[in-house]
Design a protein around this ligand. Structure first.
Ligand SMILES: CC(C)(C)[C@H](NC(=O)Nc1cc(F)cc(F)c1)C(=O)N(CC(=O)NO)CC1CCCC1
Ligand SMILES: [Zn+2]
Length: 188
């Protein structure tokens, strides 16, 4: 079971490398890594387990963050709908994820971003695509194509960045971290 000690932190060169495509059929090890990453997120969002295992509440994790240089990510975006609190907004282990198209409009989180691999606050708007069309393979190798917007779209873009050695603060305007062009959607 993964815990925070398995997550590499900034300074580790792996976070700045480009991860390799995953070949199908997956090895049992690759399937286990994917399941372990999703389990980590679920544990991190369970108050008891998060406290017991000292986990930061995570919504996404990319394999390079556990020092595995493969193009696989796990996402677990909790429901924002109090009517259906137990149905995640977007959840799964995505292999070879790829943004195949995106909106002209950009978006950012009003509170900026953090990262499980970054143990410090880096203030500033992280401008991303507001909506994306995402292609990925599931663990059987079947290709899926989904359109995402709002928070799930931000999470997936943050995780795909990790597969390309990009950190969230690379997107922050160093001269004026809170500068925004017209038309950028601020998500709260
Ligand atoms: C860095 C950290 C603050 C831990 C961030 N967590 C987060 O946003 N918490 C959260 C949000 C919820 F809506 C429900 C919940 F249960 C917990 C996170 O997991 N990530 C993922 C990461 O570091 N991946 O590499 C950072 C986010 C910043 C924008 C998208 C992902
Ligand atoms: Zn991150």
């Amino acid at each position: 079971m993964l815990t925070m000690k398995d997550i590499i932190r900034e300074g580790n060169p792996t976070l700045r490398e480009v991860a390799a495509e995953v070949e199908f059929p997956l090895s049992d090890a690759e399937k286990k890594i994917g399941n372990d990453m999703l389990e980590f997120l679920a544990n991190s969002q369970d108050p008891e387990k998060a406290e017991e295992l000292e986990l930061r509440g995570g919504v996404g994790l990319a394999a390079p963050q556990i020092d595995v240089k493969k193009r696989m990510i796990a996402v677990l975006v909790p429901s924002m709908d109090p009517e259906n609190p137990d149905v995640p907004e977007f959840s799964g282990v995505l292999y070879n994820p790829k943004i195949v198209s995106h909106s002209v409009q950009d978006a950012c989180l009003g509170d900026g971003e953090g990262c499980l691999s970054v143990d410090r606050d880096v203030p500033g708007y992280v401008v991303r695509h507001a909506r994306i069309t995402l292609s990925y393979q599931d663990e059987t190798g079947e290709t899926h194509k989904v359109r995402l917007k709002n928070y799930p779209a931000i999470v997936v873009q943050h995780e795909i960045d990790h597969l390309n050695g990009v950190m969230f603060y690379d997107h922050i305007n160093s001269k004026n971290p809170f500068e925004l062009k017209d038309g950028v959607l601020i998500l709260d």
